[in-house]
Design a protein around this ligand. Structure first.
Ligand code: MN
Ligand code: MN
Ligand code: MN
Length: 285
């Protein structure tokens, strides 16, 4: 338990709690330095920031950008970003257009596959401005078209299934450039979650660093000790700092609760020691 969590989601993207409740939930979990990193949006940052100030937590404004590397979808965390920076605002606007295009196409394909895609899309509108596959899965559950979120993915939404819609995300270097232009620190999210060989993973990390990336997530929500070690060795080999983040979405999912994270190994430089990050407040007496 480090008291640091630099990867969380709110209802501004596909999380279950509004931004202020995410911060409150993190505080209850012992977190003292928290970042809100919604997918492709900065809409929740102001609310989260003021709640953090109210509760005495140090706050890092963030975002989790969808990007592409060698035809694969990867996630770039931007920490300490200025949400008003023009390059980032433009990028985020383009991503919103792309997500909307994708959502309409997913709905159309679900309908064609015999499940209520249009109704599901309508339902997601009440939850978020940025519909994700997670939202579709939840909506299909609620509509009784599937029994579980997992079934929604397995039968319809996952790769190779009838409602799969390949996204056109920006190239990794482009997403990194937006983060840097917004004064932010770029972190490669959950590096072990991409289907890559060890060699490809090292190339990804190396290219990430060459394009201006600072760190990789070493301790992720639900990660085992062996995975922490593997990600740590990747950080060491490629000269990147380390970050920790639960990827919190939902208070009912036990394995990625805020703050429930392995410590960074002593050999890894914590990214939050970089200039510009707020100090971790002392534990409340
Ligand atoms: Mn998500
Ligand atoms: Mn992610
Ligand atoms: Mn995430």
């Amino acid at each position: 338990m480090t008291g640091v969590d630099l990867h969380t989601h709110s209802t501004a993207s596909d999380g279950r709690l509004p931004p202020a409740r995410v911060v409150e939930h993190a505080a209850a979990g012992g977190v003292r330095l928290v970042a809100l990193t919604d997918h492709d949006t900065t809409a929740g940052l102001e609310e989260a920031r003021s709640e953090a100030a109210r509760l005495g937590l140090a706050f890092v404004p963030g975002i989790e950008l969808s990007a592409e590397w060698r035809g694969r979808s990867i996630h770039v965390l931007g920490l300490l970003i200025d949400p008003a920076a023009p390059a980032l605002v433009r990028g985020v606007r383009n991503l919103a257009v792309e997500r909307e295009r994708r959502a309409v196409e997913i709905a159309r394909r679900l309908d064609r596959a015999g499940v209520p895609g249009g109704d599901a899309l309508e339902r997601t509108r009440g939850w978020s401005d940025l519909p994700t596959r997670t939202h579709f899965a939840r909506a299909l559950c609620e509509l009784g078209a599937v029994r579980s979120m997992a079934e929604a993915f397995d039968r319809y939404l996952a790769r190779g299934r009838p409602a799969e819609v390949r996204s056109r995300w920006p190239a990794m270097a482009e997403a990194l450039a937006w983060v840097v232009a917004a004064g932010g620190t770029a972190v490669l999210a959950h590096p072990l979650r991409y289907p890559l060989s060890g060699g490809q993973r090292r190339e990804l990390a190396r290219e990430f660093r060459e394009a201006g990336g600072r760190a990789i997530e070493v301790a992720c929500g639900g990660g085992s000790a062996a995975q922490v070690e593997q990600a740590a060795s990747l950080a060491l080999r490629t000269g990147l700092a380390g970050s920790v983040g639960s990827d919190f979405h939902d208070p009912d999912v036990p394995w990625n609760q805020p703050g429930r994270l392995a410590k960074l190994p002593a050999s890894i430089r914590p990214v939050w020691n970089d200039t510009g990050f707020p100090a971790v407040p002392a534990r409340a007496a």
